[in-house]
Design a protein around this ligand. Sequence first.
Ligand SMILES: Cc1ncc(COP(=O)(O)O)c(C=O)c1O
Length: 384
Amino acid sequence: MQRAQARIVPPPGSRRVPFGDLAREYAALRPQLDAAWQRVCARGWFVLGAEVEAFEQAFAAYCGARHGVGVASGTDALHLALRGLGIGAGDEVVTVAHTAGATVMAVLLTGATPVLVDIDPATGTIDPAAAAAAIGPRTRALLPVHLYGQPAALAALQALAARHGLALVEDCCQAHGARHGGRHVGTVGAAGCFSFYPSKNLGAYGDGGMVVTNDDALAERLRRLRQYGWRVRDESLDEGLNSRLDELQAAILRVKLGQLDAWQVRRVALAARYNAGLVSVPGLALPPAVPGTEPAWHLFVVRTARRDALRRALAADGVGTGVHYRLPAHRQAGYARAVVGPGGLAASERWAAEVLSLPLFPYLREDEVDWVIAAVRRAEETMG
Ligand SMILES: Cc1ncc(COP(=O)(O)O)c(C=O)c1O
């Protein structure tokens, strides 16, 4: 059996599967992408122009939202959406510790206090019961994260927000293309906040972000906040910042948006291949299957008590992996102003210790997925 397997797959360490490889995407789309940036350069207009407007409309339409407001990053999308909803010093925002730190940092930047609650250990997203227990007189918003592309429990959260008169702001930075109950994430709450960091499912060639919303007044306020608070040029109505999406990024993103659905189909297929190949590995928890949701499969995250040993074994076999995320927010000095909600963060701590992200991107090949699966199996057998 061992020998037969050795003939089928190359020997350990003999090839490399990258965690991500954006050069493959560029190679596939080069003519369209080159035409896009050249069009911008030839026009000579680089910040907030025709490309940004066209992309805002296209992405909002893709999500099923009335407005899209392009900003400089996902962090700014969250920060400005919260500020646009009037949230600031003295307010509390209920969110999770198990996320990209930027989620929590965006709350801190508004002056509000993040209240960190636990995730549902079955899904990895905010536990609505924990969120309910954390609501107090100062709570103004719920900020769920559709982590790894898995939509949070939006129906329960929407009901909770309505019951307490809270804003629901969705962190969709890892969830372009994900759906909950058939609706695109980002359109259930008051605002959906997206990142276009290069490695996202829809990524720019630099930083970028967007808030989508159906709230006309919020959209108007966001357009001021992203540009010095300007009502019209050189006349500020609000305390705004400079957080604009640029024309080169918007032009690149317009090309890539045209591929997003096809890439999503590909991500789903590759995730299914991983699931089929890894389902019987003892001690390895696979990503959740949550009824009524269509995840974006931004990351393929497995969990094991032997995460670090598995990661080392995979590295020795040439497989790039990631850990999202090693340190929950409450364990980092930069988030000292955040408070832990009632109930603690036991599931968040456990996930942080056990999560391991395997390579997953649209230009990953089937034989590479098979190589990763074989490497995981080999490592698990060796570790006993
Ligand atoms: C869940 C989540 N929230 C927020 C952010 C912040 O986005 P950005 O890096 O574009 O500021 C990211 C991406 O890094 C993220 O993954």
